[in-house]
Design a protein around this ligand. Structure first.
Ligand code: LLP
Length: 429
């Protein structure tokens, strides 16, 4: 839950605003962001990595308002498409604090990045090295680039596997020598300025060990590069992936502790090989916007499936939160518009889409007197919910509201039926 959420007069309040008022004014389903929570988490990361850089990963959720919050808190921004780049630029985000990612950047995306003057471009394939070299030369610019390295560490929720995991689409493998070959090719092009190495090992990670192994291996590559080329790359980007608490069992890593451990491991390596300490960058997405976002739904049908459970249907579903259907994600949900003393019933929170996999929360306890018109709130939906939302079943995507100091404002408007029809090329007059 956002730090600014409380229960008062029976109803949940977020950022000082009663969810009943939010539902009344803006309708449901509704994504609600506690602006102070998002800003505070951004600041915590920035402070923890005060001697490095924190780039918010915009894929978690980006709109012009959020880009502005991130800018104001002094962070950088990662984008992984031309669209995300456009949103950032439209928000007035300083281009030099933007990094462009992607395993298959289109020529127009590279051109847009070069024309805007983004701070870093992370190179992901040999073709891209040649392509960007050509485009940069053509424009007479010399972009700063990093090489994305597959370190052989692949981390997932609750665990990490330090294997030679090269069987995936991103980056250049360290094990096969592709990463060092990429370095050679970039250094051979005057049009590109190689500033460092990048790695991202996974997402929703709770164990710092995977990051440490990756940092250790990248530092080893810096040594190999120094030995081969006589240059010390000044930057290491260790990616994002810091886990957040979706349910009680999840224990997030403290940013400061993480920063200290990463600094330690890279520092030790550098001292051992007499290498200057590189500047560290991290790219948290989920950890910045996830906890501060809540989705409000209105309860519709409540159906008791005899002997099994009660299916509680809400007015959204997999179109506004695909994570449960896609990843088996777990969430916490409460009755938000009132309190209830009724005994708990085993429930499943489901959406209104035409398939049975349309589940928002698989197993939860809700009070037996839950009824149509009640509001429920699903916590920690700030990351990868609106950004992965769809119009499946021609359901308009919900509005996004930011709350702060007892005031709410729309930061992304709700789609209307007209919006859905707008792109249809053969509508009858
Ligand atoms: N940097 C890079 C290069 C990434 O690929 C990602 C996420 C991040 C940073 C940010 O990771 P975070 O700190 O947010 O975990 N849709 C999935 C998550 C996909 C993450 C992809 N890359 C989900 O809903 O869990």
């Amino acid at each position: 839950w956002p730090r600014g959420s409380r229960r008062r007069d029976g109803a949940v309040r977020i950022g000082g605003v009663d969810v009943r008022d939010l539902a009344q004014e803006f309708g449901t389903p509704l994504y609600v962001y506690d602006e102070d929570d998002v800003r505070a988490r951004a600041r915590e990361y920035a402070q923890a990595f005060h001697d490095g850089d924190v780039h918010y990963a915009g894929k978690a959720f980006l709109c012009t308002a959020v880009a502005r919050w991130i800018k104001e808190e002094g962070l950088g921004l990662d984008v992984c498409s031309g669209g995300e780049l456009s949103i950032a630029l439209a928000a007035g985000f300083p281009a030099e604090r933007i990094t462009l990612h992607g395993n298959n950047k289109a020529v127009w995306e590279l051109e847009r990045a070069l024309d805007a003057g983004v701070g870093r471009i992370v190179l992901d394939s040999f073709e891209e090295i040649a392509r960007l070299g050509y485009l940069a030369r053509e424009r007479g610019v010399r972009p700063k680039v990093m090489i994305r390295v597959t370190t052989g560490v692949e981390a997932h929720t609750h665990e990490f596997i330090a294997t030679a995991h090269d069987d995936q689409k991103f980056g250049f493998s360290r094990n096969s020598g592709a990463a060092l070959e990429a370095v050679r090719r970039v250094l051979a092009l005057d049009a590109l300025e190689l500033v460092g190495l990048h790695s991202h090992i996974g997402s929703q990670i709770f164990d710092a060990d995977g990051f440490e192994v990756a940092a250790h291996r990248l530092a080893g590559l810096l040594v190999a590069i120094r030995d081969e080329h006589g240059i010390e790359l000044p930057e290491l980007d260790l990616g994002g992936g810091y886990g957040i608490a979706y349910t009680d069992g999840d224990e997030p890593i403290d940013p400061k502790e993480m920063a200290d451990r990463l600094r330690d491991i890279v520092g030790r390596e550098c001292r051992a090989y007499e290498l200057a300490m590189p500047r560290l960058t991290v790219e948290p997405g989920r950890a910045i916007v996830g906890p501060g976002g809540v989705t409000l739904y209105e309860v519709g049908t409540v159906k008791d499936v005899e002997g099994l459970r009660t299916y509680v249907s809400v007015d959204g579903g997999m179109s506004d939160n695909l994570r449960t259907a896609l990843y088996g994600a777990e969430y916490t949900c409460v009755l938000a518009s009132r309190t209830s003393d009724a005994p708990p019933m085993l429930s499943r929170l489901v959406g209104k889409h035409c398939e049975s996999g349309d589940i928002v929360v698989r197993d939860l306890w809700l009070p037996e007197d839950l009824a149509a018109g009640d509001l429920v709130a699903v916590a920690a939906t700030g990351a990868y919910c609106r950004s992965m939302a769809s119009n499946y079943n021609h359901i308009p995507r919900p509005a996004v509201v930011a709350v702060r100091n007892g005031k709410a404002r729309v930061i992304v408007r709700r789609e209307s039926d007209d919006d859905l029809l707008r792109l249809d090329a053969e509508v009858e007059a």
